[in-house]
Design a protein around this ligand. Structure first.
Ligand code: GLA
Length: 346
């Protein structure tokens, strides 16, 4: 998003404002967004609340989780060098939004940091709304993604921000990253979504993510857009690494479609089977899993009442997500699907 495009989107901001943006869990469809593919995330009842008293020429926010402060001048230029590191997400939003006034306030988060539940996307969106952003949910998502790129330099897709911006209570959503259509799908009664931390913090994620993205682009140069490629197209690739990467993306898109059909039919058994197949594809063909994630998925699939489980998000650590009968799994966060990011006050 260009600065010019972002300018002028601010609404009227007077008096204390407060905004909440949810974290997300991706039920299926990972490493598909940046090739225009499909994913099925949901916004969850963990998230970030930003409360702000507008005014002044800087955005000053204290994090209740760390006790540290972000102090970002409205004319911030070098976003990636702002400290502490979490303040870079605030700085990215400020640099793109260029609000007419700053503010002083607090960031309160219930998202486990660095666990792969998009704590950064929820921070970006809550900050933007608190600073007066007034566009569509998709515009908000694009702003958050652009801020993330400025903050981290990692060429992430739009999954995390769309999930946070476009949530609906009781629903997952199928997102088509070519058209940006968002199709909400009700979660069947009598299933629980449980997120279990692998305990491994995400390492090498930046380098490996950019490498995977480049490999998908190289495959698409040879066989056309992966979003419309067939399995036969993927198998025709001579390079074994590109072949595996393309095969993951093509089969994952098909699994997202089948998963949505299964959810609509209330078929949790089939949905769980697809989640396990997705994990295997991410581990074997896309090579973004790690033993800690494989181990959690292996334990969960042996647990009575678990329909399926898979790593969720970028991989190399973070969390797994399981679809279960109520009460089947005690550990982890039992998350509910909630509405998307919104201003709470005023
Ligand atoms: C990270 C990125 C997303 C997406 C996932 C993998 O969460 O931020 O854009 O690519 O990895 O699906």
């Amino acid at each position: 998003m260009s600065v010019a495009l972002a300018a002028g989107r601010q609404g009227d901001v007077t008096g204390r404002v407060s905004a909440f943006a949810p974290a997300r869990v991706n039920l299926i469809g990972d490493h598909t967004d940046y090739t225009g593919g499909l994913a099925c995330p949901m916004a969850v009842d963990l998230g970030t609340t930003v409360t702000l008293d507008p005014g002044g020429d800087a955005v000053r926010l204290v994090s209740d989780a760390t006790g540290t402060a972000a102090d970002v001048p409205l004319d911030v230029a070098d976003v990636a060098s702002v400290t502490p590191p979490w303040a870079r997400y605030v700085a990215g939003v400020v640099a793109l939004l260029r609000p007419p006034a700053g503010g002083t306030g607090v960031v309160a988060s219930t998202v486990p940091l660095g666990a792969g539940l998009s704590s950064s996307a929820s921070l970006e969106l809550a900050v933007a709304l608190a600073l007066g952003f007034a566009g569509t949910p998709l515009d908000l998502a694009r702003l958050g993604q652009a801020a993330e790129h400025l903050a981290t330099g990692t060429p992430t897709g739009l999954l995390d921000q769309v999930a946070s911006a476009c949530g609906r209570a009781g629903h997952a959503m199928v997102v088509d990253f070519t058209t940006l259509d968002v199709d909400h799908v009700p979660l069947p009664d009598g299933v629980e979504v449980v997120v279990v931390d692998s305990g491994q913090r995400r390492e090498l994620a930046t380098t490996a993510y950019a490498e995977r993205r480049a490999q998908c682009a190289a495959a698409a140069d040879l066989i056309g857009p992966l979003a419309t490629a067939t399995e036969a197209d993927a198998e025709s690739l001579a390079d074994p690494v590109l072949r595996r990467r393309a095969r993951h993306v093509v089969t994952e898109n098909a699994r997202v479609r089948a998963f949505a059909t299964a959810l609509r039919a209330g078929d949790a058994v089939e949905a769980g089977r697809l989640m396990l197949a997705s994990h295997a594809s991410l581990a074997t063909d896309f090579e973004v899993s790690v033993p800690a994630l494989d181990g959690r998925v292996g334990e969960l699939r042996q647990t009575p009442g678990v329909y399926g489980a898979r790593m969720t998000g970028g991989g190399f650590g973070g969390c797994v997500v399981a679809l279960t009968e109520p009460g089947a799994v005690r550990a982890g966060w039992h998350v509910r699907a909630v509405a998307g990011a919104a201003r709470l006050v005023p």
